[in-house]
Design a protein around this ligand. Sequence first.
Ligand code: F6P
Length: 551
Amino acid sequence: MHESGLSPFDFAAAAERRAVQSHADRLTARGLKSLQDDEGRVDRWVLKPDGLPWRFDFTKQCIDEGAWSALKGLADDAGWKEAVECQFRGEAINATEGRSVLHMALRGAADDGFQVQGQKVMSDVLQTRHSFLSFADDVRSGAYATCDGGRFTHVVNIGIGGSDLGPVMVHEALVATRLSEERSTDVRFVSNVDPSHLDVTIADLDPAKTLLVIVSKTFTTQETMANAHRALAWLKGELGDQAGHHIAAVTSNVEGAAGLGIASDRVFGFGNWVGGRFSLWGPVGLAIALGSGSKAFLDLLEGARAMDQHFRSADAEHNVPLHLALVEIWNVNFMGHSSRVVLPYAQPLHRLPAYLQQAEMESNGKAVGRDGRPLAWDTHPVVWGEPGTNGQHAFHQLLHQGTQRHPVDFIAFKEPMGGDAHMHHLLLNNAIAQAEAFCMGRGMDAVKLEMEGAGTELSAIQALAPHRCFSGDRPSTFMLGDALNAFSLGALIAAHEHKIFLEGVFWNIYSFDQWGVELGKVLAKQLDEGGDEMSWTPGTAALRQEIQSGH
Ligand code: F6P
């Protein structure tokens, strides 16, 4: 922090901020295309962290060394290194809730020595890890059998937000690890309070062969509780009093789970120092282990832990999460971009954009600083995306030719995800081509030349050429993994978690609460209770009337 008590990101006051902005103005005028001519760009802007199967390419971000050192000056002023150590020391950095933020301990090893506000936690973490992974393996092998002594063929995970998005994203991503299995366990996910979600998910399931996993940090979330009660009734309809044998729960509220009649040896707990959206590394990831086995789960943890170690030890110039965070800050606060697009060129990562939406937007979508005052600068951009190449046939038109620029994160892998190497090349070449097109575009001269070459008439060239030009100068980061597996995925997710943390430090906001989800819940509850004593806006009153009248 500055001596004045201002965050270095206090845009109104900081001279440093003006210095960074002057770099942004200079580089905007110069353009991303022209930066590609700078010598040594690949050496400087491609990071390949030791021991991690990733290559992070920032060459197509509109940034240069001058801009970086000004940005890094802001990061140093914000004390990013010390902030990281505070988090890893287990201090209560989630100040609005008085909690530590130590999801890294869930993927830690015995000698990592994590402490939460002075209390050692690794022995509990390892014990819980052992018990939920053993349970998962027992279910998969049939050692933990159904009421009638058979094997569980299906698992239904019931949870929402962090109790759904992390597990489902990773489960889907690891599809390849399951392809070779002789008999896999079919894991499904139900999150929405829309009853059709549960209906459709269990329509073809036999309760006698299905395990329910109810996941809720608080065990009070309306959607999850409603789905859990309904699913329990479905189980009871077939299994009667034995239904409890087909249920497990994951929660910080162990008493809440006991209230639902779930046996304590199938309730897996975790501390309130793990935020819901950062919780997949512990028992919240039970569905991942049920689907892909404990070995894959442990690999996931190892990959994330390797990224933790990189984050803590790498200097600024080689630090991947710091680059991800500062590039985001650069794009939002200095280049004026208001969204970021996540494009996994990997179909198994189709839930990654949704997962990152919660992790990033629920953490850093804030407008009040740590001092309780309104911020004078923007915080998190909108995160959105779809797997490539599907997006190319949907919204890429806007990304290439729209009036606003939306920085893109490409995520791709060298090794094929499926059996066909040729198709994988098609996929990768599309990703490379898109990144190149965003950066370099295609100018009027080239378009005209091409049309002339194709024998187009002059009048048609004049009419059509402007529509066929691409401005270029549209930034992207290209993250290339060796292969999509549990280890590489763990590292990728952890890199984003650390990015989120750093951005909170730079924006001077509290990243680990989510008060912004509360008001809607309160109003929905009032509506559930009748809502007649409330004064609703005319539109809302009319809407309620319309629904109540059944028309
Ligand atoms: O309403 C938002 C939220 O609290 C998220 O932060 C959380 O991941 C989700 O709801 C689910 O909460 P729980 O795990 O307590 O059911």
